[in-house]
Design a protein around this ligand. Structure first.
Ligand code: CUA
Length: 335
């Protein structure tokens, strides 16, 4: 219902809730249905609350009058009271019926897009980052990225959610409600973004020390741009060319401890414990929203991840600042 939206922007303005991580600023079909339901709940429950207060005021006034000196004694059954209670019970039934109907309609609306899913994306929660896999149709190649989900506007994506360790919760408020990522189980949710732009997702279930630093950048693109992006991500990493510093960084990366946990497609680095770094420099942030992506950020992160994100499963390895800088320079060339 469009009219409920009149109420919600006012609420959003009051609470400062509009923006890139907000349920009252929907950028997707699913979030719009949920906002609609929120509007109905707000209207019905506010009405009921106002009636409770009015009933209370009426009751207090009656008692005040009944206890005044010389007031007439009302023998039970009190007809006025019985009528008020009957009206009240009727209003409760009407209110609950409206809420049940709207909940049912919203639930059915969320189930409909499954018929039109055009794209399957596997998202796996890890302590404390997101593994994102796009199976490309052509040759079974899986394009993998981390902490940044790109989606085409107007197409429905089927998100298959899993977890590598504990229970996480996938939540991009502008696009849809929360869905848990549970070990050993594939939960599915549909996302149909309607507005291009950047949004912020956040793990919605406490999952350990760095739960707060388990963010997800979400970028909704026009479909043609999305296809071009996916095509680019499917390519292996660029080589260092003639640049001797980059070649040194690449050598340090693929022959050192980094390669045990990270993949850079096209090199000898094939570790699976941590995020795929094939196109890391094309991402917006580092360590699941902990730092903005930059060469300096990469260097600091490589040199001492525990200082930037205490508890992260990325160990601090013994490395000279010059080597950390060389690896950072190489990684920042991986666009
Ligand atoms: Cu993952 Cu909280």
């Amino acid at each position: 219902m469009r009219w409920t939206w009149f109420l919600l922007p006012a609420l959003a303005a009051l609470s400062g809730c509009s923006g890139i991580q907000s349920v009252v600023s929907p950028a997707g079909r699913e979030a719009a249905h949920l906002l609609d339901l929120l509007g109905w709940m707000l209207v019905v429950c506010s009405g009921m609350y106002a009636l409770v207060l009015a009933f209370l005021a009426w009751g207090l006034r009656r008692r005040h009058r009944a206890t005044a000196p010389g007031a007439p004694v009302v023998e039970p059954p009190d007809k006025g009271l019985m009528r008020a209670l009957a009206i009240w019970a009727g209003l409760i039934v009407i209110g609950l019926t409206v809420l049940i109907t709207r909940s049912f309609v919203a639930d059915r609306s969320l189930a409909v897009p499954r018929d039109h899913e055009a794209l399957t994306i596997r998202v796996t929660g890890h302590q404390w980052w997101w593994r994102i896999e796009y199976p490309t149709s052509s040759d079974g190649v899986v394009v993998e990225t981390a902490n940044e989900l790109r989606l085409p506007a107007g197409r429905t994506a089927r998100i298959e959610l899993g977890s590598g360790d504990v229970i996480h919760s996938f939540w991009v408020p502008n696009l849809a409600g929360k869905t848990d990522a549970i070990p050993g189980r594939a939960n599915v949710l549909s996302l149909t973004p309607t507005r291009v732009g950047w949004f912020r997702g956040q793990c919605g279930e406490y999952c350990g020390t760095q739960h707060a630093h388990m963010a997800l950048d979400v970028n909704v693109l026009p479909p043609a741009e999305f296809d071009a992006w996916l095509f680019g991500q499917a390519a292996p990493a660029l080589g260092p060319g003639d640049d001797r510093d980059l070649a040194r960084g690449r050598e340090l990366f693929s022959s050192g401890p980094c390669a045990a946990c990270h993949v850079v497609r096209g090199t000898g680095a094939v570790g699976r414990a941590g995020p795929d770094l094939t196109h890391i420099a094309s991402r917006r942030s580092l360590a699941a929203g902990t730092l903005p992506m930059s060469r300096g950020g990469l260097q600091g992160w490589i040199a001492n991840p525990q200082a930037l994100k205490p508890g992260t499963l990325m160990p601090t390895v013994s490395i000279t600042p010059a080597d950390a800088d060389a690896i950072a320079a190489y990684l920042s060339s991986l666009r």
